[in-house]
Design a binder for this molecule. Structure first.
Ligand code: CO
Length: 134
């Protein structure tokens, strides 16, 4: 079921400052910011060849990463995203095994225009897991 690591996401308080660190200090190519109101975040991606880094900044009043940044003021690793071939089949299999899918279990469209779901960190070693249909 589990496919490639699509990206590692890092929540940041200031997306343009974080982008500058990756671009200027680390010499990486950073995409243009993309607002995802349905997810409450603005994102950029950095392609590092074998995977991507996603930088997330809160967007709007009820951003799901606001509480995380309140606890981690300078930012921190927020989630990992694995690819799956069939997100509905993956969801059903996970639910049958007792894992908790966040929200109502209906995939949302993610930053790459593909369906995504998030899994409860308490069921996965304290790590928020995103699944993206490849
Ligand atoms: Co992500």
């Amino acid at each position: 079921m589990l496919g490639r690591l699509n990206h590692v996401a890092i929540a940041v308080p200031d997306l343009s400052a974080a982008s500058a660190v990756y671009r200027d200090t680390l010499g990486a190519r950073v995409t243009e910011p993309q607002a995802l109101p349905e997810h409450g975040v603005t994102v950029v991606f950095i392609d590092v060849g074998n995977t991507k880094i996603e930088l997330l900044e809160p967007l709007g009043e009820n951003s799901p990463i606001a509480a995380f940044l309140a606890k981690n003021a300078s930012g921190g690793m927020h989630h990992v995203c694995y690819e799956v071939e069939d997100i509905l089949a993956a969801r059903d299999r996970l639910k049958a095994s007792g894992a908790r899918v966040l929200g109502d279990g209906t995939p949302k469209i993610g930053a790459h225009g593909k369906p995504v779901l998030f899994l409860h960190p308490k069921d996965f070693q304290g790590t928020l897991v995103e699944l993206e249909q490849a």
